[in-house]
Design a protein around this ligand. Structure first.
Ligand code: HEM
Ligand SMILES: [Cu+2]
Length: 650
């Protein structure tokens, strides 16, 4: 399975220059096989990253179409396009899709693609686990949407409060699909998070020390640590709900001594940190992207990096702000209110750093720049309405009104969708070798920006006027009709902007202008390799001495230079270098696993297993379980090569 015979001495790695022969050799070693089997077996982080990105964009479109149906229904008073039951399923499925199947996976996609390139490594630490996390994500999306297609989508909001989720109030399969689907998705998030953390600690180029990391890496690392801690809480909650429904446990049944509030605690202990997990990496995209177009390093790197971590630490202690209206004791409300307001501080650090970077730089107004810079405005609006609802008496007025719908979209669209679209303009050339069209890009930006504000700013108003969220209609006497019409029109304009973005992608894939390795003159390592990068990323292992390896000549910050043309060859097999956690000193040479179809098979087995559990079908459950166990046997079958860990120095 590997090019290296076990036992062959290679403790001191050869050092050499990047040559065409070396590249040919590495290409042969690292290339995935062609054909369907090769495609299903790929463990290349770039391939997996792209799959994540494409799949989550598809889900963004699906979730967007659901939202437009909601806004059609609400465009005027007393409309009956949707029944109340359909409305319930649609807003819950929209929330679930956007939060779980789009906002987080899209960031995993970008980070998967970019991390090893930014860090100067050849792949993630656990390539097979990486493939597994993608395939399980896809399986969970298929599972959840099967429910939706058979009329059993989630119908109790994305946070799925009990006791309404319990069997006696909710007898269909809706809640079972949602509960099991979320447990399945939790597996994907967990293995993905573990992979990011170990990759950060081990798979960096020599010299890529902790204070040279791009902020996107800080963001995803922080998000991954949080996910590892909090995803079990929500998986547990959904599993307990399923037990309540199928086996008569009474965890959340008040009449039997169960605790509905337990659900809310478990859910929001997860839910709030998760909100940061879907914004911190996106903030990292802005922190790394803006400086490229401002032609200068980010102002306040250390403060922004530490602010990222501080946001998450505080973020663990604010979940009760989702429960201010549940009658908890006053003292705990004060504590959680104070913490929620405090969390504005580290976020504000990032905002000031971005503004200072633009102020002190020489901005080039590209489409990517527009998306990143406008995100600052949206972030401030979403942040201010967040601080407002963080105050208990204000929240008592606003909770469950459209004000909250406005707030959550400013945060999620402002700090996730806008940066992600900006990031696509920035890194699409790296991924494909072609530029996106700038003219169409600017059209799409202005349509999105104006449409979004037209659609979502007035939501604050109807909320203040008392329009509740999650109602399928409202009577004409309330006078909410005209404003709601504006909201719906704005939503459609925004959707047209998003559509233009996708049109741009499809058109540019075929006919976009070809670009060189570094079309934006970016400073970080991913721009040092070709566009698109070869399967092995870098022919020789680079050595890094600064945060901006490609800007060192211009910045003249120090005398030393990073060395990108000469370094360890690691061409005697599918090899990668492991480095130490803080200073990135070379430690070990790792034999990386070959492509394998086992992660795909394992996730298909899990899908069968979960359908078996859902339908209480014993044969199906057994088939899924046994197939999964066999896949694991194949996965862990001892292979000598993978056990070798050789010292990287003499
Ligand atoms: C075209 C863009 C979008 C439109 C027009 C839109 C519209 C809506 C509407 C009308 C609701 C239901 C309000 C109610 O009756 O309570 C809603 C809920 C929600 N939306 Fe969006 N939305 C859009 C995009 C997004 C995105 C990109 C995200 C996340 C990344 C998102 C996350 C949510 C969440 C979490 C809810 C709450 C669902 C619940 O109450 O359980 N939306 N949205
Ligand atoms: Cu929160």
């Amino acid at each position: 399975m590997t090019a290296v015979a076990p036992g062959k001495p290679r403790a001191v790695p050869e050092v050499g220059r990047d040559t065409p022969e070396l590249r040919a050799r590495l290409q042969a070693i690292w290339e995935s096989r062609r054909g369907l089997l090769g495609w299903l077996s790929s463990v290349d982080h770039k391939e997996i990253g792209l799959r994540y990105i494409v799949t989550s964009f598809v889900l963004l479109v699906i979730g967007g179409v659901e939202a437009l149906a909601l806004r059609l229904q609400l465009a005027g008073p007393d409309l009956s396009l949707l029944t109340p039951e359909q409305y319930n399923i649609l807003f819950s499925t929209h929330g679930m899709t956007m939060i779980f199947l789009y906002a987080s996976p899209i960031l995993s996609g970008f980070s998967n693609y970019l991390w090893p390139l930014m860090l100067g490594g050849r792949d993630m630490a656990f390539p097979r686990l990486n493939a597994l996390s993608y395939w399980i994500y896809l399986a969970a999306a298929v599972f959840l949407y099967t429910g939706f297609l058979v009329g059993a989508g989630p119908n109790d909001g994305w946070f799925n409060y009990v006791p309404y989720g319990e069997l006696q109030y909710n007898p269909g399969l809706n809640q079972d699909y949602y509960a099991l689907g979320m447990v399945l998705l939790g597996l994907s998030t967990t293995v993905g998070a573990a992979n990011f953390i170990v990759t950060l600690l081990r798979m960096r180029a020599p010299g890529m020390s902790i204070n040279n990391l791009p902020i996107l890496v800080w963001g995803t690392m922080t998000a991954s640590v949080a996910n590892l801690i909090v995803v079990p809480a929500v998986s547990l909650a959904f599993f307990m709900l399923w037990l309540d429904r199928q086996f008569g446990t009474q965890f959340f049944q008040p009449q039997a001594g169960g605790q509905p509030l337990l659900w809310q605690h478990l859910f929001w202990m997860f839910g709030h940190p998760w909100v940061y997990a879907i914004v911190l990496p996106a903030m990292g995209m802005v922190s790394d992207g803006l400086p490229i177009f401002c032609r200068r390093p980010l102002v306040g790197y250390t403060a922004v990096a530490l602010g990222t971590v501080a946001t998450m630490l505080l973020g663990f202690g604010v979940w009760v702000h989702h429960m201010f209206a549940t009658g908890l004791p006053g003292l705990s409300l004060s504590f959680f209110s104070a913490a929620s307001i405090l969390i504005a501080v580290p976020s504000a650090i990032a905002v000031f750093a971005w503004i200072a970077t633009i102020w002190l730089g020489r901005p080039v107004v590209t489409t990517a720049f527009l998306f990143f810079a406008s995100m600052i405005v949206l972030f401030v609006i979403g942040g201010v309405s967040g601080v407002m609802t963080g105050s208990v008496p204000v929240d008592w007025q606003l909770t469950d009104t459209y004000f909250v719908v406005a707030h959550l979209h400013y945060v999620l669209i402002g700090i996730n969708v806008f940066p992600v679209v900006g990031a696509t303009y920035l890194w699409f050339p790296k991924m494909t070798g072609r530029l996106l069209d700038e003219r169409l890009g600017k059209w799409s930006f202005w349509t999105m920006f104006l449409g979004f504000n037209l659609g979502f700013l007035p939501m604050h108003l109807v909320g203040l006027w008392g329009m509740p969220r999650r109602v399928y209609t409202y009577p004409a006497e309330l006078g909410l009709g005209p404003t709601n019409l504006i909201i719906s029109i704005g939503s459609f304009v925004f959707a047209v902007g998003v559509l233009l973005f996708f049109v741009n992608i499809v058109a540019s894939l075929r006919s976009g202008a070809r670009c060189g390795d570094n079309p934006w003159d970016g400073p970080s390592l991913e721009w040092a390799t070709s566009s698109p990068p070869p399967p092995y990323n870098f022919a020789v292992v680079p050595t890094i001495v600064s945060r901006h390896p490609l800007w060192e000549d211009r910045l003249q910050e120090r005398d030393e230079r990073s060395n990108l043309g000469e370094g360890m060859l690691l061409d005697q097999g599918k090899l990668a270098l492991a480095t130490s956690s803080l200073d990135a000193e070379p430690l070990r040479i790792l034999e990386m696993p070959e492509d394998t179809i086992i992660p795909f098979l394992l996730s298909v087995s899990l899908l069968l297993l979960f359908f078996g559990l859902l339908l209480k079908n014993v044969p199906l459950t057994l088939i899924g379980g046994i197939a999964g166990a066999l896949s694991l046997v194949g996965w862990f079958w001892p292979r000598l090569g993978l056990l070798e860990r050789e010292a990287a120095h003499g």
